[in-house]
Design a protein around this ligand. Sequence first.
Ligand code: PMP
Length: 440
Amino acid sequence: VMRYFDERCQRSKKVAEAAKTVIPGGVQHNLAFNHPFPLAMERAEGAHLTDVDGNRYIDFLQAGGPTLLGSNDPLVRLKVNEVLEQCGPVTGLLHEYEVKLAELVCQDMPGVDMLRLLGSGTEAVMGAVRLARAYTGNKWIIKIGGAYHGWSDQLVYGMRLPGTGRMEAVGIPQGSTAHTQECNPNDLEALRRKLRLNRLRGGTAAVLLEPLGPESGTRPVHHDYNRQVRALCDEFGALLIFDEVVTGFRVGPGGAQAYFNVMPDITVLGKCLAGGYPMAGAIGGRRDVMMMLVGGIGTTSKRAFVGGTLSANPLSCVAGYHALLEAKRTDAAGKAGRAGDRLRRGLESIIDRLGLPYVVYNMGSIVHLQTSGVLLLDTSNLYKLWRVKDEAKARKHMMEEMGAAYSAHGLITLAGSRIYTSLADTDDVVDDALNRFEDV
Ligand code: PMP
């Protein structure tokens, strides 16, 4: 494995070394493996990446989720170029594609009557929380299961990074997280207790969760969980916010809310929303809630403010509109999902045959490959689960070694534990990948 990096990745190594002096840690992204050094990419096309040394990889990272059609889709690129020719990247004024994109999302997402475009998933979650507080007049936010909802001060609460302890401890005043609470997924009694307690001291503005479970199913939730959380929110006058940054469009055009048939009051979108182009973030939701972004006529007191110079720029909007339209036309979520199923079945068989300490499960195009943590009794049923002890240290070391091995065998994944499939993952691509996994 190390010979691969020594002999075939010399240009990447140079780029990585130059990066170290001007970029903290030498790398901006923490999605892939960076051991022994990060690989610099030059070309992306469909299911494949090519690095600066000319090595080709199967791309199961797909940029962390946004490129459901596969990387660098030619139709979307063409449409983006058309708009770029006409009006450049931004005017700060209304563009027709902004409306077209909003119309498409409102039509497909059952919980979205109106849409406000923002700069990123992080911004959109911040906006959603503000909106929930403005609408309810309550102050507490309950998030579920240590999930990542972007990196804003109040929402890193409850998260841990390996080796650094709790994230909210560093650079964030205690006051910022004073009204954020955490609750374990699947524990409805604990959630009820928090909601009841909060009622006596300012009320709960929202329960914020990923409908497949934290980190999009790394800790899966019971099949009925979302519906029961919805009922609890109604009972206690809190809004339900679904963070569908990952699941939106990837689980299907209607997102996880259509899949579970549970309507949130506010939906947070990102990633696929702009088809992999920048500025992917939006708050969607019920009309009366969304109108809080405007405020009453003649009064500013009831307006929840959000903004962004580049939000809703024409390039992101045209990219998102055509990527989502194309995803519907081609049934990209369904096909990527079937590629995910095929990959999961193949990986299962390798794991069984070689007796490896892994578990693999998927929800369509979101495939989890875990060495420890949550195990599933039955991968055909995402929601029966039990837990095993997490041997974090051994795991981190092994993940680094494994990561280098994956790269040396031409596979790029999300930190070795998650795989995003796309429309570009034909049976041939998946079977090629399975051979590589087996070699690793
Ligand atoms: N919510 C979830 C569930 C996410 O997975 C992410 C990003 N991975 C975010 C929010 C933040 O989105 P962004 O990176 O666009 O700020």
